[in-house]
Design a protein around this ligand. Structure first.
Ligand SMILES: C[S@@+](CC[C@H](N)C(=O)[O-])C[C@H]1O[C@@H](n2cnc3c(N)ncnc32)[C@H](O)[C@@H]1O
Length: 287
């Protein structure tokens, strides 16, 4: 069998069906995958082998998990996968597809580490009057092994502020005495700040990333389909791909994952079944 080097696949866009193209990739190549597959019966991408048009939700889940399974094979032992997926109403009922896919992927061998709510503050208004308007999608974080690369410091978020009425008054008391630092307070023997609260209150880089991400929809209008917002992809890449590593997207679309990977000093590898979108992605990367 031919031997491959990871560099051989760096910064490439493959045109074709995700499962077919994945079959030609070697094992344990990718550091992290960030991907948003077509949602079930949401949009016709006009691709010859496009996913998302299956007759039943069960067939959709099975086909998508087949692709995710192959993604696991090409992922390094320290690697991970971020799956962005929205749900679908059929005959007035919510299908629950994101969780169906997540659990099936878990059963197939991925370790499900986190579910994230992607809140879209500028989501399209809808005409529904019999239920709340949906303004979120799911992001699932999977890892290949129990020990994996995750850089929490790269994705910390701002602390909450402590007002006089704050329930976190303990944080203030742990200044210990006038003019002392939080560290002195913490180490002064009077602290009831366990590690989690300390981190919450004073970590110099901010608090640990939370599981609700409020990220506006992207304004990239050249693509006539939902494009990833770059900050959403950047969080996933910074948290789970070491600098210089390889970021993969088997449903590349207009190439946002590759563009963000390139900007953050990582390599990219993408698969897309519509040639026109591959060209769009290459144009964005060249710019
Ligand atoms: C939701 S879009 C991805 C958008 C992308 N995240 C971006 O920022 O532009 C899904 C993409 O998957 C592609 N696709 C659908 N079925 C596919 C298949 N079987 N193999 C590869 N790509 C496929 C579609 O053509 C579409 O471009």
């Amino acid at each position: 069998m031919a031997t491959h080097t990871p560099g051989q696949f760096a910064n490439q866009i493959l045109t074709g069906d995700a499962l077919d193209c994945l079959g030609r990739l070697p094992d344990e190549l990718v550091d992290t995958t960030v991907t948003s597959p077509p949602y079930y019966r949401q949009r016709d991408y006009q691709g010859p082998e496009q996913l998302g048009q299956e007759a039943t939700p069960e067939e959709y889940v099975e086909r998508l998990v087949g692709v995710l399974n192959e993604c696991r094979r090409v992922t390094r032992p320290s690697g991970s996968l971020w799956l962005v997926l929205g749900d679908k109403y059929q005959d007035g009922q919510l299908l629950g597809l994101p969780w169906r896919v997540a659990l099936a992927a878990r059963d197939a061998g991925w370790i499900l580490r986190s579910d994230v709510i992607w809140h879209k503050p500028n989501a399209m208004p809808s005409a529904v009057k019999t239920r709340p308007t949906t303004d979120h999608e799911y992001v699932f974080f999977f890892t290949r092994s129990a020990r994996y690369y995750y850089n929490a410091d790269a994705v910390r978020e701002p602390h909450v502020t402590f007002g006089p009425q704050s329930k976190m008054r303990g944080g203030r008391r742990h200044f210990h005495q006038r003019n002392s630092t939080p560290e002195q307070g913490k180490n002064g023997g009077q602290s009831n700040l366990h590690k989690g609260r300390w981190d919450q209150a004073f970590h110099p880089l901010g608090r640990n990333k939370r599981t609700v991400w409020s990220v506006p929809l992207s304004k990239f209008r050249e693509a006539h389909f939902a494009v990833f917002p770059e900050p959403l992809v950047a969080t996933c890449v910074q948290a789970s791909c070491p600098p210089g590593g390889l970021v993969f997207d088997p449903f590349l679309g207009s190439g946002t994952t590759a563009v963000v990977a390139q900007r953050l000093g990582r390599s990219y590898l993408g698969i897309e079944c519509v040639e026109q979108y591959c060209q769009m992605a290459r144009r964005r990367l060249a710019n």
